[in-house]
Design a protein around this ligand. Structure first.
Ligand code: ZN
Length: 429
């Protein structure tokens, strides 16, 4: 009934624990007490089992140094329990193999900037069980046929059970988008999890799968894509904010994202000055094959200022805005300082000015120049509206920006879609 790689007991255990915690943790005090217990156990057992932390005797989370991808990759064997080196890990990844009972994966990204990770089969199953408990509110009281489309590592698991309450299938994007509608139609999912660019592609296809639940995952969801996707599928789009680093947040039944504070601890550092955004530093106390402790993510979030009406004590998030790398920076008008512009500000200025705009790209190409690409055939009035809105924004912020707008076929979304990006490395940044 089950694939030998799939640890069904671990998935069920995580599923039940997540549901139980939803009932038990009713306040921040409950949550913090629960986290303190889990973190204490993790710090005394799992963390000292890897060589980077062994013998250093750190007893409190706050004593551990903040880590990041560069540090982890420079000393990969120091952070995993197998002592697997980055070189051996990459060899496994390229060959599609892994040490027994484990899986080796890599994050998407430009070569040289990709992160490698190792996770045990048990932890993967737990990750899946937690995700299902958070996203399928009526399971196991109703059946679910879940299609998960991820950019890579599609062979994460095989279908856990045939004819059972839960059917799950992973679809691969390696073969491109073309065969996807046909393969999905043959599977007939009622729940679909996919990156927004894939959902948008499906939304614009004639053969749209009819689903009851829809989740975007793996990359930032722009409001412009949400509108198109929800309009065509006719269901509300939920979000699963995940990364190789784990399950970071999911949408609750009231439609708001909540940090997965029941499986990891978040420290929230302030983002660029004046932006009101935060950048998470995570400690994943539910994983031990590779230790992610005080690991600084490259993401920017806007937190909700009010608690969610669902009553969950898990911190609510208004929006995952983008990556720190995508924060643009221009000289001030008087030239004495630099002005940071976060991706959401640019995106909202463009979309508020040109509501019918189907797509765009914004790229900082030099110290003071921004190129905006609009789809071929964009009306003159739309183009002018975008130009006025951006010039007004730069004036309001006091930033000196050379703006260049052109029409161009927009690059197909093969890699991670980032509408606002920086192709220019600021010296000293
Ligand atoms: Zn909620």
């Amino acid at each position: 009934m089950t694939h030998p790689d799939f640890d069904l007991a671990a998935a069920m255990g995580a599923f039940l624990r997540t549901r139980w915690l939803q009932l038990r943790l009713r306040s921040r005090a409950d949550l913090e007490a629960y986290q303190a217990g889990r973190i204490g156990q993790w710090l005394s057992q799992a963390v000292p089992a890897v060589s980077f932390y062994r013998a250093r005797g750190w007893r409190r989370l706050a004593d551990l140094p903040v880590t990041d991808k560069a540090m982890l990759m420079a000393c990969f064997d120091g952070f995993n329990r197998l002592g697997l080196t980055a070189e051996a890990g990459w060899a496994h990844f390229r060959a599609g193999t892994a040490p027994p009972g484990h899986h080796v994966g890599a994050s998407t990204g430009t070569s040289g900037n990709r992160g490698l990770y190792v996770i045990s089969a048990r932890e993967r199953a737990q990750w899946l069980g937690t995700m299902l408990a958070k996203t399928l509110p009526h399971f196991p009281f109703e059946r679910a046929r879940v299609a998960v489309i991820l950019p890579q590592n599609a062979a994460l698991y095989r279908q856990p059970g045939r004819g059972s309450l839960l059917s799950l299938r992973f679809f691969d994007l390696h073969e491109g988008f073309d065969g996807l509608p046909g393969r999905l139609a043959a599977y007939r999912p009622d729940t679909l999890v996919a990156p927004p660019k894939v959902l948008r592609f499906l939304a614009e296809e004639a053969r749209l799968p009819s689903v009851r639940r829809l989740f975007s995952g793996a990359e930032v969801l722009d409001p412009m894509d949400r509108g198109v996707i929800e309009g065509r599928f006719g269901v509300t789009l939920g979000e699963i904010y995940m990364a190789t680093e784990g399950l970071l947040a999911t949408t609750c039944r009231h439609g708001r994202l909540h940090l997965a504070e029941d499986v990891m601890h978040f420290e929230l550092e302030p983002g660029p000055a004046g932006s009101g955004l935060v950048s998470p530093v995570i400690s994943d106390f539910s994983r031990s094959a590779q230790i992610m402790a005080r690991y600084r993510l490259n993401d920017l979030l806007r937190l909700s200022s009010s608690p969610c009406s669902c009553g969950s004590p898990l911190q609510a998030v208004e929006e995952v805005v983008g990556r720190n790398d995508d924060v643009l920076s221009f000289p001030s008008v008087e030239g004495r300082r630099r002005i940071a512009i976060t991706p959401d500000i640019l995106r909202n200025s463009i979309l508020n000015a040109a509501q019918g705009l189907g797509d765009f790209r914004c790229m900082q190409v030099s110290e003071d120049a921004l190129v905006v690409l609009l789809p071929p055939g964009t009306e003159d009035a739309t183009r002018r509206a975008v130009e006025y809105a951006l010039l007004a924004l730069f004036q309001r912020l006091g930033a000196r920006v050379l703006l260049h707008i052109e029409e161009k076929d927009l690059p197909p979304p093969i890699a991670k879609l980032r509408r606002v990006s920086r192709a220019f490395e600021e010296p000293g940044r």
